[in-house]
Write a protein that binds this ligand. Structure first.
Ligand code: RP5
Length: 170
């Protein structure tokens, strides 16, 4: 395990190919915040800023990062490139794209060749939120308070469904 100063510690790295992805990727950031999990979010591109991406990942690992969430649109190779730089778990979020509504992003993110895995979530906000929940599940393996928070989250979610009522017919 990396020995980090607790104040400096960032358990989760959230990276996206462009600031235009933030509307989707902020759902991952919000989920980390809600669970009290430290994170750092950056817009860094696999093809426009490859050196900065690698440098940021190195600095994240020095600060105790345990997993990365990577979101990109179109020819979405960002998550795969992130995975190539580390043995930490990588969660990929396909960003909805203008012409193909994110189907291109999904295929580019999910179809990694054998040997470098990217665990790919659903296209869009739900995928971003679930990527954070997946990371939190991994972190909860060694953190009982996080485990309790995850259980409470599920209970609350179930209760919301039970309480929901269908609208009256016109
Ligand atoms: C990808 O291209 C980004 O992840 C983004 O989803 C898409 C468009 O980027 P911008 O043109 O908005 O910067 O690299």
């Amino acid at each position: 395990m990396v020995d980090t100063n607790k104040e400096d510690e960032k358990l989760v790295g959230i990276v996206m190919g462009s600031t235009s992805d933030w509307d989707i990727m902020k759902e991952a950031a919000k989920m980390c915040k809600d669970f009290g999990v430290s994170f750092e979010a950056r817009a860094l591109s696999a093809h426009r800023t490859p050196e900065e991406l690698a440098e940021w990942m190195t600095s994240m690992e020095k600060r105790g990062c345990r997993a990365f969430i990577a979101g990109a649109g179109g020819a979405a190779h960002l998550a795969g490139v992130v995975a190539s730089h580390t043995i930490l778990p990588i969660f990929g979020v396909p960003i909805p794209s203008k012409y193909m509504k994110g189907l291109d992003s999904l295929l580019a993110t999910v179809q990694m060749p054998k040997g470098i895995p990217v665990s790919t979530l659903a296209i869009g906000e739900g995928g971003a939120a679930n990527a954070a929940l997946a990371v939190i599940s991994v972190l909860a393996l060694n953190d009982d308070s996080l485990k309790d928070k995850l259980k409470a989250f599920r209970v609350k979610q179930s209760e919301k469904v039970r309480q929901a009522t269908l609208p009256e017919l016109d």
